[in-house]
Design a binder for this molecule. Sequence first.
Ligand SMILES: *[C@@H]1O[C@H](CO)[C@@H](O)[C@H](O)[C@H]1NC(C)=O
Ligand SMILES: *[C@@H]1O[C@H](CO)[C@@H](O)[C@H](O)[C@H]1NC(C)=O
Length: 584
Amino acid sequence: MANKVVVSVASAVIVLGVVIGVCLLLANSGRSHHKTTPDSKTAELICKKVEYQVTCLDAVNKVAKNSSATPQDYIVAIIRATADELNKSLEKAAEAKKDLSSGQKQTKAELETCEKMIGYASDELKQVLKTIGEMKATTLSDQVDPILVWLTAVRSYQTTCVDEIQDENVKADMQEAMQTSNELTFNAQKIIYNVHNILKDIGVNLDEFKFPQLGNRKLLQEVKEIDRYGFPSWVPKTDRRLLQATPDNEAMFKTPTPPPVPENPTPDAVVAQDGSGKFNSIKQALDAYAPGPAGRYIIYIKAGTYNEGQIIVDKGQDNVYMYGDGKDKTIITGSLNFGIQKIGTSQTATVVAIGERFMAKGITFRNSIGPAGHQAVAFRSQSPRTVMMDCGFEGYQDTLYYHAHDQFYKNCAIYGTVDFIFGTGRAFIQDSDIFVQKPDANQANMVTADGRMKMEETGGVVLHNCRIQATEELAPVQASFKSYLGRPWKAASTAVILKCDIGDLIGPEGWMTWSSGEGANNHLTCMFREYGNTGPGSNQADRVTWAGYRPITNERDALDYTAATFVDGGSWLPQYGVPANLGL
Ligand SMILES: *[C@@H]1O[C@H](CO)[C@@H](O)[C@H](O)[C@H]1NC(C)=O
Ligand SMILES: *[C@@H]1O[C@H](CO)[C@@H](O)[C@H](O)[C@H]1NC(C)=O
């Protein structure tokens, strides 16, 4: 095993980036020629392209005085500064909580959510720091996309904190408290995204080396040719085997990649309402979390409707695999909601997945409150590399919340009305039934509402080979309601409808703007795309004509949105034993 790792790391490094190590060495030796005083030139070059330059320069100020600092030191300094700022915001939230009167229960709960979110952000920044710190410079190039996934998550948590505070004064206070950490996070995203060009700017001659462009998550996009294992054509066949055999791409994770779950796994915990299992409730089974020797904690949930209040697969509960007797038989339900109870959207989910690599199969996740509950989530995941197979997601507004990280959904049924597939992670939904329900009067249906904020962020949602249709309840009255493929929640909102069958419930304009406040211009900058769809709702003749919408007209461009490219599926889905179509 050890040998194999060495060989494969070596080959990966040769293919992908031994070069950068050499470059960093050169950069250092290069700098020593003119090691005079503070290296403000490097600082300026590193901060040149970011959106918040003053914040950036402040953060690297100390490193710039160190003439032997490496480019990595600069990146680390920015991420450290972000963590420090988040820590300050946490103190601010605690202070704000103290100032509340006993009647302000809702605001107190919102600030508690905020504290949790900042906690997640700090925690994930620590993972980024650890990875960058421990990483040989040679593998930085490999980690650009994962680091961006983590930094996008960090930004998402910060946004959730502020977005869910209703009290205008408290909201403004927290927004101000988090301003610098927000700026630093966006800066870090931009620097990582552009690391290739930045190194070049610093004077590293990258052209001397033959290797694919670094520092760009669109690495694969440049190549376009992706075989069925998801490897770009420049990766030699032998390296593919090694890359595939070795989980080399989960450096950001806390736990090693477990082997694929077998077809008929032996559960570590059985949950049954009739007493035939070790546990009567899912919560008890999670409380007894103890992964087996293969690293997974496998919970079998027998047929039944489980209504236990909110179920959280918490931080530290990694590699949980839950399976049921089928999505019509094993149902987890709840009714937390914003509309009536005023619970913040993120906290309404019936099931929340936080621990990494959460997987589920053959289970329905339901929020039963109905349209009057407004925001009422059935399933929210921030679990890195979530996989959901043969699952149901039932709700109305905000049913499925892909909050952060890469997520893959296969052969599922997703029900909802307003913005019902939404989030700020990167979700790939394949071979699934999308059921649009009958909304409240005066409501419209939006299948997606993606919250990607910046072009550097790894966010968006792809529906691939799905069927978009009205439920039996909506179908006879669908002419009374508008239904759309999506609307842009944030400025770089990304939604792609790929080879789907689109029913006649979707209006000819296809997409809708985000009409209120800050989002009023999002349709000019979003990325809404359609390719190869069929069905009466797929006619593009009368589609919206905004700058943010564009049909894809050729296969080469469509390849940017396959599971292999969009969520780098070739590097993890086969290892997890997930039957995914990585191509178009
Ligand atoms: C300067 O940077 C080098 C290289 O990372 C490091 O080893 C050294 O500790 C730094 N010096 C100071 C004073 O931070
Ligand atoms: C946050 O600040 C407190 C004190 O202000 C300190 O004890 C703690 O270690 C800090 N946490 C992090 C993650 O920096």
